[in-house]
Design a protein around this ligand. Structure first.
Ligand code: MCA
Ligand code: AMP
Length: 505
């Protein structure tokens, strides 16, 4: 027996003194030191009684120790469940309860708020702070070096990532060892990563992009990462000279373009810029090339599937497209009503199949059955076409979703809260164009007859309940929502009416 994900991404670096993480302050972490930290944390998990298959939920700031916690979970066979640091206590409570997490790791600043929830749900609570300190690290320091890696099979779960749903309830996407490993190997090859690469890493590590795409590729190839706590244009520009590649959401690229320090000279040595998680405007692609000489490589993926398509490394990287299906990924365009495959060039829903596609939603068999066909094709909810040259274009979404700065926001979750506010009859939440974030959230409220909703009180209630990135940037009171003859709210009409609300910002 073995543990393919651990062996291939982590174990293979045992004893190597090569640099894995370059830290912005000037320090670094070697592969060996990283594995040592991970093994000691794995001992802590095991001593706490976590068994293979148990879930560990982590809401922690980005740090080398936070990444070692991921490695520790893989080594101990524990399912890693990373959570956005912006989530409120209410939101976290759902994830911990729904996943049945056996342990919760959080920042010490949140310990008091989360302790009662952890106690009620029977989860152990440990702390891990942004500086790497906390009870988890203290305990790990008292553990022996080296941890006997727990045997896992390719089909065993490695991670849960929660993704919101159109009904407003988040679903735990179950990702297996093979899902993660196959995609990391495919991408490393497709994008020509080697041990000589230094990846500039400014993404959060609680989502697929920063954790599985960026980090797993670096691990699979033995390369290094410049590990920045978050995207900050000053820090990125300062660190670009030591990197060979960068991955980011489109907002990274528009913010860099806004900075006059982004020049041809600054990035002449770079090998690759990758964009994903949200549509990259063809205009941004062109501006970036004009300024730097680099054609950004755009790719397309999902939490449930990891990466599905990519523009070519060697061939033409075509602006406004997401390239070709990756090796091992089948992609077809189907009629949303019948599911029948459509001819080349026609717009329909994208469906994908391959080793990258997840196992299903945790304890939600109906939702799994609705999106994952018996033949293995996953219905992405994205609308697109394949052009005559085989490039995949994403033209829209068959799901009510807003992507703001690369974060997914499901309007239903916000509408349910707005509808429950005093004086509100009903509401609609839409995404409208925003120069920095791509799209941002606008809330439209219809008052109860004779009612006058207090917008400040509503905004305060939303702030208490929702992660800040989900908050409507503006609330507008309107008389009625436009509806079609079936009574369905016409969000396309609203999006058109309010498309310029944030113009010029
Ligand atoms: C932060 N804020 C946001 C966002 N991020 N609001 C809307 N949308 C956002 N994305 C809010 C904060 O709550 C705060 O609000 C204010 O904006 C400024 O916060 P700050 O921390 O300074 O923001 P920032 O550092 O400028 O962050 C913007 C960012 C960041 C760099 C674009 O959001 C980011 O790193 N995004 C990447 C997301 C990502 O990794 N997505 C991958 C998902 P206030 O002022 O009210 O406090 S994986 C995926 O999608 C699939 C699989 C794929 O294909 O990759
Ligand atoms: P998530 O569920 O957070 O993994 O987000 C996945 C969604 O992000 C996809 O279903 C797409 O709608 C969107 N997405 C990811 N990459 C791209 C891209 N390159 N272009 C357009 N949309 C994208």
């Amino acid at each position: 027996m073995a543990n393919p994900l651990y062996d291939r991404l982590f174990g293979c670096h045992a004893g190597k003194t090569t640099t894995f993480l370059h830290l912005p302050g000037g320090g670094s972490v070697s592969h060996a030191a990283f594995l040592d930290q991970a093994a000691r944390i794995a001992h802590v998990l095991s001593a706490a009684g976590l068994a293979p298959g148990d879930r560990l939920a982590a809401q922690v700031e980005k740090s080398p120790q936070a990444l070692a916690l991921y490695a520790a979970c893989v080594q101990a066979g524990v399912v890693f469940l990373p959570l956005n640091t912006a989530y409120t206590t209410d939101e976290l409570s759902y994830f911990i309860e729904n996943s049945g997490a056996a342990m919760l790791v959080c920042d010490a600043a949140k310990e008091a708020a989360l302790a009662p929830i952890a106690a009620r749900l029977g989860a152990r609570l440990e702390t891990l702070n942004a500086d790497g300190g906390g009870t988890l690290t203290e305990r790990a320091g008292r553990q022996p070096a080296g941890f006997p890696t727990v045997d896992r099979g390719a089909d065993d779960l490695a991670a849960f990532l929660y993704t919101s749903g159109t009904t407003g309830r988040s679903k735990g996407a179950m990702l297996t060892q093979d899902n993660l490993l196959s995609n990391a190997e495919t991408l490393a090859e497709a994008w020509r990563f080697t041990a000589d690469d230094v990846l500039l890493h400014a993404l959060p590590i609680f989502h697929t992009h920063g954790l599985f795409v960026a980090t797993n590729i670096a691990l699979a190839t033995g390369g290094a990462m410049v590990f920045l706590p978050k995207f900050d244009a000053d820090a990125v520009i300062a660190q670009l000279p030591r990197a060979t590649a960068m991955m980011g959401v489109p907002t990274f690229y528009t913010r860099l373009l806004d900075d006059p320090r982004l020049t041809c000279d600054l990035v002449a040595h770079m090998r690759l810029f990758v964009s994903g998680s949200a549509p990259l405007l063809a205009e941004t692609h062109r501006q970036f090339e004009a300024r730097t000489g680099h054609r950004i490589l755009e790719r397309y993926g999902m939490t449930e599937t990891n990466m599905n398509t990519s523009n070519p490394y060697d061939g033409e990287r075509r602006a406004g497209t997401v390239g070709f299906p990756l090796p091992g990924v089948e992609l077809k365009i189907t009629d949303p009503q019948t599911g029948a495959e459509l001819p080349q060039g026609e717009i329909g829903q994208l469906e994908v199949r391959g080793r990258n596609v997840f196992k299903g939603y945790w304890q939600m068999p109906e939702k799994t059955a609705a999106e994952l066909r018996a033949d293995g094709f996953f219905i992405t909810g994205d609308l697109g076409l394949i052009d005559a040259d085989g490039y995949v274009h994403i033209v829209g979404r068959n799901k009510d979703l807003i992507i703001s700065g690369g974060y997914n926001i499901y309007p239903k979750e916000i509408e349910l809260l707005l509808d429950a506010q005093p004086g509100v009859l009903e509401s609609a939440v839409i995404g409208v164009p925003h120069a920095d974030l791509g799209e941002t959230v606008l809330g439209l409220i219809v008052p109860q007859p004779g009612g006058a909703p207090d917008l400040d009180a509503i905004a305060a209630a939303m702030t208490a309940a929702l992660a800040r990135f989900k908050l409507p940037r503006k609330l507008i009171v309107i008389d009625a929502l436009p509806r079609n003859t079936m009574g369905k709210v016409q969000k396309n009409v609203l999006r058109e009416t309010y498309r310029d609300v944030f113009a010029g910002r």
